[in-house]
Design a binder for this molecule. Structure first.
Ligand SMILES: [Zn+2]
Length: 350
């Protein structure tokens, strides 16, 4: 386990590099408590440092006891801007497309796309209340944001054919938010209604305005979470450049403790070189101010195998990787992964 003779004599402060790896965990509604415990234990034994399960507050109460005992970090993974739960009582909280449809009446692409509008003050309030409530759970280390963005105005290139689309421009039905409030706020500042622009996609001011609105919401949530003493992390798009352009997510300005960019290379027709470039850009952008964990979709990883993909992420500066999902890891994956991490830690410690 240790890098060589002389280490491991009870000293805690050796120079060993330790990578931190993670797994998103699906709901597992039919799992018994024993199932959960065994899964968590297995992950811990195979070089996973922490888990990001989805679920209810009660679910986290239960898992927190187990992760505490086993020695895993626990982040509560909960969708942020895409949440449909308030549609009935509060339809005015939801985003409106450039062609005038609320996601309440016409969700874009898929039925579960129910984006809230970042300019409504109650959206910020609801999110702060929800995430800080989670922070009260004993043993929970952090909250984890996801869908913390606008609707995809442009889908990743490999996904477009699945929806029979060629998105060589920003299409009105996928372009948000053009609610009365967003438009008038912009008009106050820039003396123009975005709907009256000839081509709103060409306005840097309108693009920037929307980036800023979301950054404002995220940083308000981050401040509130930090006040509780807990941490906050997020699943984000691969790089800030890609994220700003296709989902208006300027994550390099999010005040978070850790970022988990989803490096789902198949969606971008990317190869290992793509992964390398993405990790390098993120390292450059973060400058060490937050931790960087490469989000890896196991279905995509299969194309090359765990070792080459994980090697590429770590050797280019990621602090670890995160698997989507932990439940998809099989016995061979666990042994390959453990060996890969051991080897990397040894190489990096030299
Ligand atoms: Zn709006």
């Amino acid at each position: 386990m240790m890098m060589g003779a002389g280490f491991g004599c009870g000293t805690l402060s050796d120079n060993k590099v330790r990578l931190k790896n993670w797994a998103w965990l699906g709901g597992g509604k039919n799992n018994t408590d024993d199932d959960w415990y065994n899964l968590l234990k297995k992950l811990k034994e195979n070089r996973i440092h922490g888990v990001l399960p989805g679920g209810s507050n009660e679910h986290y109460e239960k898992l927190a006891k187990m992760t505490k005992e086993i020695g895993l970090d626990l982040h509560a993974w909960r969708w942020t801007m895409n949440r449909g739960g308030y549609m009935k009582e509060r339809p005015e909280l939801y985003a409106v497309s450039r062609d005038g449809n609320s996601v309440v009446d016409k969700p874009p692409y898929v039925g579960y796309y129910r984006w809230m509008c970042p300019s409504h003050p109650d959206v910020k309030g609801i999110l702060i209340e929800d995430y800080t409530e989670l922070c009260k759970i004993d043993g929970l280390n952090a909250v984890h944001l996801d869908y913390v963005r606008y609707c995809d105005v442009i889908l990743p290139i490999a996904l477009q054919p699945k929806y029979n689309l060629v998105q060589d421009h920003e299409m009105a039905e996928f372009d948000f938010c053009y609610c009365e409030r967003c438009r008038s706020k912009f008009k106050e500042k820039h003396d123009q209604d975005p709907l009256e622009m000839k081509d709103p996609s060409q306005s840097t001011a309108w693009h920037q305005f929307r980036l800023d609105m979301l950054v404002d919401v995220v940083n308000a949530v981050a401040d509130a979470v930090h006040k509780t003493g807990k941490q906050i992390s997020a699943a984000v798009f691969p790089t800030p450049t890609i994220a700003r352009r296709i989902v208006r997510q300027d994550w390099e300005r999010f005040n978070l403790d850790a970022f988990f960019p989803m490096m789902y290379f198949n969606d971008y027709n990317g190869d290992l070189k793509w992964v390398e470039d993405v990790v390098k850009e993120d390292v450059r952008v973060l400058k060490g101010r937050a931790e960087l964990y490469a989000g890896l979709h196991l279905g995509h990883v299969r194309k090359y195998g765990i070792k080459p993909v994980v090697d590429t992420c770590i050797k280019n500066g990621a602090d670890g990787v995160c698997f989507f999902t932990g439940q998809s890891l099989n016995g061979d994956d666990f042994s390959t992964f453990s060996k890969t991490i051991d080897d990397l830690e040894n190489q990096l410690s030299k």
